[in-house]
Design a protein around this ligand. Structure first.
Ligand SMILES: Cc1ncc(COP(=O)(O)O)c(C=O)c1O
Length: 410
């Protein structure tokens, strides 16, 4: 049966005339997304959003993680609005920037300084350049399949690249400490930076936690060889530990990058670093037309305050475990071997023997029909505005989805 044309479809068709591809980047409609997923949203509040066709969703993607407290958090919005009345992008930075750098260096145990930009990619790329400036070396090492942003040295696409863009990048397989050691033995004297996410959260695959001893091994290798350890905490930052994800896993990076959860939806990113990298940080050019934006800095300051006050990290963990337990028991009741991989507060769904992702796509499609937004190939996010009742409602919907899948099999 032909699907009815929705306002979302109409907007997408309009967009294809004026925006290359209609929607770009990782939010573009990709193969394997449920047909009922909307292309356009209209509004968001708390853990729910409304699409342009008026359908309300319980959201488990939370603005790809940028909503830590929930959409349109009233306190964050009020702080932002107060600042907006005084000015957002002026000629100079405002006091908010100093306050925010103070708040981050207070919160992140190893950091003595912080700088700000708008996107995760701005700071991951900048951090690798700081490492090069500091060491005088050229190579950057990353884990295969890890996402660090849109720049040519690391983006997952193919367009517009020349071979030289990747000439100074080396890769190893996440958790393969022997492979990394070999790489360091062979090229260590030329390696400026090792950039890693706190755990491996590649798209289209189960998340992988660090194996026992992985982070200690990584730290030892970096310290022995003078390699700068860059933590890309853009996705997980402030969801696993309020001092940064390195605290959750028990290691210490040299530089760390944050974005998503930092501003609760206001565009901001940060790189924080140890004292010894201050000189290099001053030398590597850093600016952007709107990077001094005081509104997002005011929002970030408020977000940090609320997250601490409300103990959001612990709450997300509890909610994530509730979701995990609920989904596991529903799956089991319908004969499915299903797991949420990665940390409970940002889980990735995985069906056993579902390497082509068919089952997870079917599951997310059925849930989407009933207004639960579970993404089939990106990790999910919990936010502070999810209530136990929202989790339970989603679990109930999931139960019906598993039942429909089981019926299809019969
Ligand atoms: C781990 C990680 N690093 C970097 C980025 C890039 O951040 P942005 O999309 O803000 O440029 C992302 C974005 O999803 C990410 O998840």
């Amino acid at each position: 049966m032909k699907k009815e044309t929705t306002r979302s479809d109409e907007l997408f068709l309009r967009a294809t005339k004026v925006v290359p591809g209609g929607i770009y980047g990782h939010v573009a409609p990709a193969g394997g997304l449920p047909e009922v997923f909307p292309h356009y949203a209209e509004s968001g509040k708390g853990c729910r959003f409304r699409d342009v066709d008026g359908k309300e969703w319980i959201d488990f993607l939370c603005g790809y993680g940028s909503s830590l407290l929930g959409y349109a958090d009233p306190e964050v919005d009020e702080a932002a609005e107060r600042q907006r009345r005084d000015g957002s992008v002026l000629n100079q930075p405002t006091e908010r920037m100093v306050e925010l750098a103070e708040a981050l260096t207070d919160r992140i145990d190893f950091a003595q300084w912080a700088v700000f930009a708008k996107n995760g990619s701005d700071v991951t790329t900048w951090a690798t350049r700081v490492a090069r400036e500091h060491t005088g070396r050229s190579l950057v090492v990353k884990a295969k399949g890890a996402y660090h942003g849109v720049d040519a040295w690391c983006d997952p696409g193919f367009g517009g690249r020349i071979a030289e863009d990747r000439a100074a990048v080396r890769e190893f397989v996440w958790n393969d400490l022997d492979g990394l050691t070999q790489l360091v033995e062979e090229e260590g004297e030329d390696i400026a930076a090792l950039i890693l996410t706190p755990y491996h959260h590649a798209a289209f695959g189960a998340s992988e936690m660090p194996a026992d001893g992985f982070w200690t091994g990584v730290e030892d290798l970096c310290r022995e060889q003078g390699i700068v350890l860059v933590l890309d905490d853009v996705r997980a930052g402030f969801r696993l530990h309020e001092g940064g994800s390195h605290r959750h896993f028990g290691f210490t990076p040299d530089l760390s990058c944050y974005s998503k959860a930092l501003g609760n939806g206001y565009a901001i990113s940060a790189c924080a670093g140890r004292e010894e990298y201050r000189r290099a940080a001053r030398e590597v050019f850093l600016t952007g037309s709107c990077w001094n934006d005081a509104v997002s800095m005011a929002a970030a300051l408020k977000c940090i305050e609320i997250a601490k006050r409300e103990n959001v990290v612990e709450r997300l963990d509890l909610l994530g475990r509730r979701l995990e337990d609920g989904l596991q028991s529903q799956a089991k009741a319908h004969g499915y071997s299903f797991a949420l991989t990665g940390p409970p507060s940002m889980p990735f769904p995985w069906f056993e023997e579902d390497d082509n992702l068919y089952a997870v796509q079917r599951f997310c499609g059925f849930c989407a029909e009933e207004g639960v937004f579970f993404h089939p190939h990106h990790n999910w996010f919990l936010c502070g505005a999810h209530a136990e009742a929202d989790i339970d409602e989603a679990v109930e919907v999931a139960g019906r989805a598993f039942a429909r899948m089981a019926q299809e099999k019969d």
